[in-house]
Design a protein around this ligand. Structure first.
Ligand code: GSH
Length: 201
């Protein structure tokens, strides 16, 4: 299995999950600007949508879209407990979280990376994002993780996108439960190993 990734992006979440589950995989770095892989291939031939993450299975199939990749990986090792069973009510709850993260937090932070947007526009996006953070603050004041007592693929994803706050001087300590949650996840051995690997490859 190969994970196409770029440092400081959403591909960190499947990377964390691969390590949490002890799955063997190869990391392939992508230059997201030039759409080239580190081994010199045109990344658009791998993911025509032109973005990470992309997962290449051993039979050559390519899977894209973070929430789909995360659930696929979780189901490879159900015993790791990173996602509830596929036919359960709790699985729908997980999908609710994954969709919230992708559409409200990931997509909510994305405009802040855009240098063409004026500051006034960015402040509208920030305000909306902060309302979502307040909702997360409430949830995480009573829950250790998004799904309750245990870490799931949704936490790997939320941890990843919250990591971008540092690029925009967004201080997570305005939402203390969110900050404590982020710090707790950053101490997980799989998370530390993924971050180290992305720095070094
Ligand atoms: N819908 C995709 C979005 C993935 C995405 O936003 N990837 C970003 C990095 S976080 C990227 O590679 N952007 C490069 C580009 O769009 O050119 C998913 O959820 O996986």
């Amino acid at each position: 299995m190969k994970l196409y990734y770029a440092p400081d992006t959403c591909s960190l979440s499947p990377h964390i999950v691969l390590r949490e589950q002890g799955i063997e995989f190869e990391l392939v770095k992508v230059d997201n600007r030039r759409k080239l892989t580190a081994d010199g291939r045109d990344f658009l031939t791998i993911n025509p949508k032109g973005y990470v993450a992309a997962l290449e299975l051993d039979d050559g199939k390519i899977l894209t879209e973070g929430p789909a990749i995360l659930q696929y990986l979780a189901d490879l090792r159900p015993e790791s407990g990173l996602a509830p069973r596929a036919d359960s009510w709790e699985r729908v709850r997980l999908q609710e979280w994954l969709n919230f993260i992708t559409s409200e937090i990931h997509a909510g932070l994305a405009p802040l990376f855009n240098n063409m947007l004026p500051e006034e526009a960015k402040s509208i996006f920030r305000e909306k994002l902060f309302r979502r953070f307040s909702f997360l603050q409430e949830t995480l004041s009573t829950n250790a993780y998004l799904m309750g007592a245990s870490f799931s693929v949704a936490d790997a994803y939320l941890f990843t996108v919250l990591g971008w706050c540092k690029f925009f001087a967004i201080e997570l300590n305005n939402w203390p439960a969110l900050l404590a949650y982020w710090e707790k996840i950053s101490a997980r051995p799989a998370v530390r190993a993924a971050l180290r690997a992305e720095e070094n490859v």
